[in-house]
Design a protein around this ligand. Structure first.
Ligand code: ATP
Ligand code: MG
Ligand code: MG
Length: 586
């Protein structure tokens, strides 16, 4: 593969490595981690990144960008990337999501087990530490329990142009805050009655520094810590601590966290001053999130599509979830290639869905076996077949499994008197420049003979129900003199006596608008009513034994995959992954 393009994150990392900034950083495992000793040899990791999903939903293509970025940078610079389940928000989290996240990261080709040590961590493992750190901040006069109502707290926060107003609880003695905080933890206070806040500056121009809340009361069951806690740390307080405990060097997040960076640094700096965290401390760097046209990438909106039945589940092939892309036929290599091509930048933009499809074609073209399939079948009868080939005879045909890999061998199939061809390959009244079948014209059956169209049968509505043609003797593809008869058109086909029946699911975009949820619009209004069309049709016989999950190129049509859920020998089901060229539909 080509050398990776540089970007601002690579430049930062290279400068940091050159400066030796992180040389003194030691990682001997996180607090309470039984694997501490085993992890010690990994102290030599030159950089340490993390991918920190919240286990509250399925990962999507945006997360894939972050996975490729964080794991990719660690790989390229002799580092380690941690898989961190950021489970500080108990209500919506679940163990099932944790498993799905692990599967998605591994499927993309990345691993958090390095040198035999599994770098999988849970934010909830640090709850004790976070609590102790909060107590230390209170004792140092850097945090206080605020008992204002949520409305007063919001109002007193000020605005972009107005400074905030100090809480009447701001100057209460540390001992009093500490006692209150302990009572909060003991479950003695109601949700919303008080919060723990960092004491910074209610007049700070950056609103995120106006005494942000760091702990709130929540009587919620946690999927890992059960009912042990009824107070939970805020993400903005928890995240820098998680990074520091894991000795992350480069904490890479999306641009919307840029305004949080001063608080990120405040937490780390204060806790390091208090001797609770070791220097050098992690640095946060922001990059532009992925916005992809014709999809939505918000867990909440994806959940709505699934829960309201607009799609068939989290792995519906129309969804940009990793599970959906996988079922659609996207390969791990295609997604990594896509991530590499879009790069990383500091300014938000939209990436055209065609870029993702282009990466898929480039990944599959050199490796997908070829086959013929008919998507919109129309019967063709070769009226002189019995005369030329012999009554009831079938003719052996062959084609390369892949045009650029002769060593992969040949596929074999039959030609016969009755074939299935594409409805679109016949025209009763051909438009100018149409070189396929129409009465009087000759075309080649790909890998077979030349045929001359003699006519067609139409039903009462003028619909073509059958096409007739005559075989031109001595024109069989691959035989001497086959090219003596010149034709301008070549069509794909399968023999009625030989083809395997299959269901083909023709997927199209889920939304009819490029930015279905831009500007807070109702994205459901932009749902494409024709995003799935199922056809019962015919494919080359060799596909009958194709294992589920295998990708194949149907010649002239595009890339398809044997559906991982529904395809089985004897019941063939293919999903269209993408067409052969840019542009929509088959
Ligand atoms: P959502 O907004 O869909 O709920 P999230 O950002 O809350 O997603 P997390 O589980 O917190 O989801 O995200 C884990 C990581 O993935 C974060 O570091 C986040 O920055 C990154 N990420 C999420 N969405 C995108 C995106 N569209 N582009 C790039 N990175 C993303
Ligand atoms: Mg999140
Ligand atoms: Mg989000």
């Amino acid at each position: 593969s080509s050398p990776k393009a540089s970007n601002f994150l690579r430049q930062i990392i290279e400068a940091d490595l050159a400066s030796g900034r992180d040389a003194g950083r030691r990682f001997a495992g996180v607090p309470g981690d039984a694997r501490q000793l085993a992890a010690a040899p990994l102290d030599t990791a030159r950089i340490r990144t993390r991918f920190p999903p919240e286990p509250n939903g399925y990962l999507h293509i945006g997360h894939a960008k972050s996975i490729c970025l964080n794991f990719g940078l660690a790989q390229d610079y002799g580092g380690v990337c941690h898989l961190r389940l950021d489970d500080t928000n108990p209500e919506k989290e679940d163990e099932a999501y944790v498993q799905a996240i692990r599967d998605a990261v591994r499927w993309l080709g990345f691993d958090w087990v390095v040198g035999g040590v599994g770098h999988e961590y849970f934010a909830s493992d640090y709850f004790d530490f976070m609590y102790r750190a909060a107590c230390a901040l209170i004792e140092a006069g850097l945090a206080y329990v605020d008992e204002q109502s949520p409305e007063d707290m919001r109002r007193n926060r000020g605005t972009l142009t107005e400074p905030g107003v100090n809480s009447p609880w701001r100057e209460r003695p540390a001992a009093e805050s500490l006692a209150r905080f302990e009572a909060m933890r003991a479950g003695k206070h109601a949700e919303g009655s008080m919060v723990l806040r960092a004491k910074i500056d209610m007049a700070a121009p950056n609103i995120n520094l106006r005494d942000p809340a760091i702990y709130r009361i929540k009587f919620a069951h946690h999927h890992r810590t059960g009912d042990r806690w009824c107070i939970y740390p805020m993400y903005t307080y928890a995240h820098p601590i998680e990074d520091a405990l894991e000795r992350i060097t480069h904490s890479i997040c999306t641009l919307e966290f840029e305004d949080q960076r001063p608080f990120y640094d405040w937490v780390l700096d204060k806790l390091a001053d208090l001797g609770l965290l070791a220097r050098p401390l992690p640095h946060q760097h922001e990059f532009a999130r992925l916005n992809l046209t014709y999809v939505v990438t918000s867990k909440r909106k994806l959940a709505q599509l699934v829960n309201e039945g607009h799609v068939a589940g989290w792995d519906d092939p129309r969804l940009p979830t990793i599970a959906g892309l996988r079922r659609r036929g996207y390969t791990p290599g295609s997604i990594r290639l896509f991530a590499e091509r879009i790069g990383v930048s500091k300014s938000d933009s939209w990436i055209d869905y065609a870029t993702l499809e282009g990466a898929l074609r480039d990944d599959l073209d050199p490796q997908a076996p070829r086959a013929m399939a008919v998507l919109d079948p129309l019967k063709l009868v070769i009226t002189n077949w019995d005369e030329v080939m012999g009554p009831g005879m079938l003719d052996d045909c062959q084609a390369p499994v892949h045009p650029h890999h002769p060593e992969w061998g040949l596929r074999r199939f039959k030609c016969g008197r009755e074939l299935w061809i594409e409805r679109g390959d016949y025209a009763q009244d051909p438009p100018k420049g149409f070189f396929r079948l129409f009465p009087g014209n000759r075309v080649r059956l790909k890998y077979g003979h030349v045929i001359a169209c003699t006519g067609a049968t139409l039903d009462a509505d003028g619909q073509v129900t059958e096409v007739q043609a005559m075989l031109v003797p001595d024109t069989k593809s691959g035989t001497p003199g086959a090219d003596a008869v010149k034709v301008k058109g070549v069509i794909t086909w399968v023999a009625a006596a030989d083809a395997a029946p299959a269901e083909i699911r023709l997927y199209d975009r889920l939304f009819t608008e490029a930015q279905p949820d831009a500007g807070g619009r109702d994205f459901l209004a932009a749902l494409n009513p024709n995003s799935l069309r199922r056809v019962q049709t015919w494919v080359e016989p060799g596909l009958a034994a194709l294992p589920a999950g295998t990708s194949v190129q149907f010649e002239r049509h595009g890339y398809f995959v044997a559906d991982v859920r529904d395809h089985a020998p004897g019941r063939l089901v293919f999903n269209r992954t993408t067409t052969l060229r840019d542009g929509r539909g088959a």
